[in-house]
Write a protein that binds this ligand. Structure first.
Ligand code: PLP
Length: 423
């Protein structure tokens, strides 16, 4: 599509957008008396207007039934979490039995590493991206120490080449090859939180398996954002949070994927809890853990229903909108944002913004390395009702998301930045 840098053109794109009505399903925060331009759906997604009602239903059922709500709530709590796998299959590309909603993201990362990171004298290395999200770095480091190993000898990071911002797939694959005999686990994010790069998960998984290692993904910035086919890619495991693109509220309940080929293997090491125990005999409360032969076998605790109610409210909207439409609009929004940023550079004598997100491997996020006036631009955006995200030393992350952002949002953003840069 040939883009134009005019309000009329942006309006026209909005007019022909089949998802345009979904914006009305969300509360848009108000700044200076007006709806803000919200570009941080990659950090905390907005609240669906239905969320309160979904949570209220559970509070009412708790008030009415007390403990009997486990059986008599409109959506009985005993099996509450069982609604989710079907709603998430299209989002992560997994079979229902491979998916479970539980805990929070870093907890799930540790639980899955407890299963899939089993270092031996020969194989003990973890290959990951450089500058992974800090929580993941701490998880990898503490896992190494937990096994009595030195993180410096365990963790192999693949970073961008000198002078580049994107990690090349060939460099990832070569690093895996190079450490093939010693690698226990390859773990990457689906989308890097900083530069918005989408990793080639299919190729990374294949290279990990060729090396004889397990392969897992942290999909915090990928779930509800980019197209995912975890099952077909043969990923061993994955985990994600629900409060970024999945709009399920601060600290919301997270998700996990364990590939079909592993879920029935009762001998895999794992950290167990009663909610992962075979359902038929769980309440006999006997000694000897017998895992459920699905991803549910990794559950520890009974379901956090209030947080799950918020998750359900949001996933019903995703179901309504359809992932294919969301993926397509997400790409178009980002493409338009790339274009608008190019226009900003074109309109000035010198280059002001270096986009560090790869155009051909992106989701809904575009990261702008500010070569000039970074903090000023960021502050001015805030004062003009635009919520974006600042990352040290000088990156502004902008994430237009298909459920509630418009092409007009992007044009307005460009217009505001242009005015600041001209001053
Ligand atoms: C957001 C994010 C987290 C946050 O972890 P929580 O356990 O949900 O606090 C972890 N890892 C990545 C890659 C993230 O993007």
């Amino acid at each position: 599509m040939k883009f134009e840098n005019t309000l009329a053109f942006a309006k026209q794109l909005d007019e022909s957008d089949s998802l345009k009505h979904f914006r009305d399903k969300f509360y848009i925060p108000i700044i200076n008396g007006e709806e803000c331009i919200y570009f941080t759906g990659n950090s905390l997604g907005l609240q669906p207007k239905t969320t309160q009602e979904y949570i209220l239903n559970e509070l009412e059922d708790w008030a009415s039934f007390g403990v009997e709500g486990h059986f008599h709530a409109r959506q009985p709590w005993l099996s509450y979490h069982e609604m989710f796998p079907n709603l998430l299959t299209g989002i992560v590309g997994g079979l229902p039995e491979e998916i479970v909603v539980m805990n929070q993201l870093t907890v799930n990362l540790h639980l899955l590493m407890a299963t899939f990171y089993q270092p031996t004298k020969e194989r003990f290395k973890i290959i990951c991206e450089a500058k992974a999200f800090p929580s993941d770095q701490y998880a990898f480091e503490s896992q190494a120490r937990f096994h009595g190993l030195n993180p410096d000898e365990v963790i192999i990071e693949v970073g961008p080449r000198e002078g580049e911002y994107v990690i090349r797939t060939e460099d990832i694959l070569n690093t895996i090859k190079q450490h093939a005999d010693q690698t226990a686990l390859v773990i990457f994010s689906g989308v890097n939180y900083y530069n918005g790069q989408v990793f080639d998960m299919k190729s990374i998984t294949k290279a990990a398996h060729d090396a004889g290692a397990y392969c897992g993904f942290d999909l915090a910035h990928a779930a509800g954002n980019i197209e995912l086919h975890l099952h077909d890619w043969d990923a061993d495991f994955a985990c994600w949070c629900s409060y970024k693109y999945l709009n399920s509220g601060p600290g919301g309940v997270a998700g996990a994927f364990i590939h079909q080929k592993h879920i029935t293997n009762k001998n895999l090491p794992r950290l167990a809890g009663w909610w992962g125990y075979e359902k038929a005999t769980r309440f006999q409360m006997e000694k000897g853990f017998k895992p459920i032969a699905t991803a549910e076998g990794w559950q520890l605790s009974n379901a956090p229903v209030l947080s799950m109610a918020a998750h359900k409210a949001s996933l019903d909207i995703f179901e309504d909108a359809g992932m294919e439409s969301l993926w397509a609009k997400g790409q178009l929004l980002s493409d338009y944002l790339f274009f608008i940023i190019e226009e900003l550079n074109k309109n000035s004598k010198e280059k002001l913004i270096e986009v560090i997100t790869p155009k051909d491997a992106k989701g809904c996020q575009v990261s702008m390395l500010m070569l000039k006036k970074g903090k000023e631009v960021f502050e001015a955006l805030k004062n003009n009702g635009v919520i974006a995200d600042w990352r040290e030393p000088n990156v502004i992350r902008v994430a237009p998301v298909p459920l509630y952002n418009s092409f007009q949002d992007i044009w307005n953003f460009g217009n505001i930045v242009n005015a600041i840069l001209k001053m």
